[in-house]
Write a protein that binds this ligand. Structure first.
Ligand code: ADP
Length: 264
């Protein structure tokens, strides 16, 4: 089973923000989308989630165009966790995760739905906070709960917008390990919008580097995240070393007139 994006273009009003994007993703793999603020990472995830409709190009799972699928059918294939999910009324952690089962529930949750939620609470270490209100949790706890909700949806593909953006080091590692084990154990394919190049290098199988809505480079982490590419796209001089085959990055200084981001 494969996800294919071909020739995708997207504009807000008349401003094109994604141009001719193509990618392929096999189950069990993690693709990180990197690039400066405004590069188009969120917009790309929103298109693949079926929320934003591209003006050109196609997004297919195997041979099926996602825009031809019914909402519930799509929600069983692709899960999306945005950067922030405002909650309008108080819901508990348990109820939040149960909402992930919505594509399977006709009018009330089955014993299996409740079992899926209970298993996730246990395996993700969330039992102690199951009855706390979601909006009273710390950023790290909220992110884990949103991941658990997405896992409860039991989709083949997960789209996660900056899943580690606001987390401390330990939560970053825990969240990335949860995503990685879903990929390895359940064969879920994940696309992550990422800012942290070190976490990207440590966990991603492939990287798509976007700049100004275009594909700047794509390939394995060590092929994409080079000093030259980081300089061109982010305008930052970095020192790169390698540990266990993974590059890691020490930012040295921003460089004037390089990587100028014209979108923000
Ligand atoms: P990233 O996630 O890489 O920071 P985004 O996909 O959020 O990039 O944004 C890509 C471009 O689209 C930016 O120039 C941004 O200002 C613009 N943009 C994002 N959302 C909207 C919107 N709702 N209306 C108009 N322009 C938008």
């Amino acid at each position: 089973m494969m996800l294919y994006v071909d020739g995708l273009c997207f504009s807000y009003k008349r401003a094109e923000v994604l141009s001719d994007i193509g990618l392929k993703l096999r189950r069990g793999k993690i693709l990180a989308v990197v690039g400066p603020n405004g590069a188009g990472k969120t917009t790309l995830l929103r298109c693949i989630a079926g929320i934003a409709k591209p003006e050109k190009g196609s997004i297919r799972i195997d041979e099926r165009d996602i825009f031809g699928m019914k909402r519930t059918g799509l929600a069983r294939r692709i899960g999306y966790v945005p950067q922030s999910a405002p909650s309008k009324f108080p819901v508990t952690v348990f109820e939040t995760i149960l909402m992930g089962r919505r594509p399977y529930i006709s009018w009330r949750p089955s014993a299996n739905d409740l079992e899926v939620v209970a298993d996730l609470l246990r395996s993700m270490g969330l039992v102690d906070i199951a009855l706390r209100y979601f909006d009273q949790l710390s950023g790290g706890q909220k992110q884990k709960v949103l991941l658990a909700k997405a896992f409860a949806q039991e989709t083949d593909y997960l789209l996660l917008d900056e899943p580690t953006g606001t987390l401390d080091l330990r939560h970053q590692m825990e969240v990335m390990e949860m995503i990685s084990s879903m990929a390895k154990e359940k064969g879920v394919a994940a696309i992550l919008a990422m800012h942290d190049l070190n976490l990207t290098s440590r966990f991603a199988d492939a990287v798509l580097m976007l700049n100004n809505g275009r594909m700047f480079c794509t390939g394995e982490p060590h092929q994409v995240m080079t000093r030259e590419n980081i300089m061109s796209v982010y305008g930052v001089e970095t020192e790169i070393n390698t540990s266990n085959g993974c590059p890691y990055f020490l930012p040295i200084r921003p460089v004037r007139d390089q990587g100028v981001d014209s979108r923000e």
